[in-house]
Design a protein around this ligand. Structure first.
Ligand SMILES: [Zn+2]
Length: 382
């Protein structure tokens, strides 16, 4: 009797703890095909080793009315940095391309977006208020789920440079570039993006992130030698015209596996990595609540800011999602504009994407579409 009760208690605990994780892993996020979307593809079209795996993901294509240059935008390379995914989603649901073609991958590490960090008390979901209700999203983790890629090695030996990286980076899609067709699952993800860039002849790649306020590489554009001129012009222009800081950080040549390094070295493409400050990711903060994820307000960071321990200005207004998504969008648009000015034969001209001031004023949700009102076949569930 005692054994039976203990066994029943154990099953109860497993269900109580496991069911929310099971539901989170299967929760579908609807994405509305905006007016500019002309095709929807799978990353496995470029990396067949992804076919049928949980790491395969959607690639939205927005082909312009006129020919021009091509650009790739990636969100959720790290699925605990939603300012990248939301910027990508706003492009998919609003952008109209006049010249050139956009490829947008909103859930780049799709497996990571179905993972969590229970030990840090991460929420499983967050809701964004819109003009018509709320949109719910999975809050994921930096790394792919061990359910999808396992076991981890003791040390991750980067391909092809053989640099020794932390074991966890074998599941980090910002360390597994340029990847291999038959490598570990996350290498097949980055290999798919490399193949897309090479086969489609993509000029510009923008990998959109968020970073801690206590980490020096934050609130910036990371660019290797070949992209640094355009990054600098974009940085100076958003400061002068839109009034926010976004300095340029050089991509270190000796640190391998990063998108801003390997994309430039293994394709003709110019890579850029955007970092918007996300206080939620800092270590010495209060509880990791959804509210904190959205408004970026924390009393501990405020006192650290007074002691000059943060790398960004920080006051009672925190660092809200609107600012983070808004600056990611403005910098992306400015990179396209500067590229077009320098490369007149391959213009990338995009309209109807809100800029920093628009998102700060109207909120992120204002630019998210209502999936229940989309045309038949107009919603893709990720
Ligand atoms: Zn990141």
């Amino acid at each position: 009797m005692r054994k039976a009760l203990l066994a029943a208690g154990l099953v109860g605990l497993v269900l109580w703890g496991g069911l929310p994780l099971y539901r989170h892993r299967r929760f579908g996020v609807p994405i509305v095909k905006g007016p500019g979307v002309t095709d929807v593809r799978r990353l496995s079209d470029f990396s067949p080793g992804l076919k049928g795996t949980p790491a395969d993901t959607w690639v939205f294509v927005l082909q312009g009315r006129e020919p021009g240059g091509k650009a790739l935008i990636m969100g959720n390379t790290h699925s605990n940095e939603p300012e990248g995914m939301l910027a990508a989603l706003i492009v998919i649901e609003n952008a109209v391309v006049e010249n050139g073609t956009l490829y947008v991958i909103p859930f780049f590490n799709n497996s990571g977006s179905r993972n969590t960090r229970a030990g840090d008390g991460y929420p499983l979901y967050f809701d964004v208020a819109t003009d018509w209700g709320t949109r719910r999203f999975r809050y994921g983790n930096r790394d792919a789920s061990p359910l999808d890629q396992w076991p981890d090695p003791d040390v991750y030996i980067h391909f092809p440079d053989r640099q020794l990286l932390s074991y966890i980076d074998v599941r980090n899609t910002n360390r597994t570039w340029p990847g291999r067709a038959d490598g570990p699952l996350m290498e097949r993800v980055t290999f798919g993006a490399m193949e897309l860039l090479r086969k489609e002849g993509v000029d510009v790649a923008v990998d959109v992130h968020g970073a801690e306020t206590m980490f020096p590489v934050t609130n910036c554009i990371v660019a290797p030698e070949k992209s640094v001129k355009i990054a600098t012009l974009a940085s100076l222009t958003v400061k002068a015209m839109e009034g926010f800081e976004n300095h340029v950080e050089p991509s270190p040549a000796g640190f391998r596996g990063l998108s801003h390094r390997e994309i430039g070295d293994y394709a003709e493409t110019m890579p850029f990595l955007l970092e918007a400050p996300i206080p939620f990711l800092d270590q010495p903060t209060g509880p990791k609540t959804v509210r904190f994820l959205l408004d970026g307000k924390d009393p501990f960071l405020l006192s650290l800011s007074k002691k000059k321990k943060l790398f960004v200005p920080y006051d009672e207004s925190g660092w809200p999602l609107e600012k983070r998504v808004g600056q990611n969008l403005s910098v992306t648009l400015e990179i396209f504009r500067q590229f077009t000015k320098k490369t007149a034969a391959r213009p990338i001209v995009v309209r109807d994407v809100p800029r920093y001031a628009d998102v700060v004023k109207a909120g992120v949700g204002h630019f998210l579409a209502d999936p229940s009102r989309a045309a038949a076949g107009g919603v893709i569930v990720n």
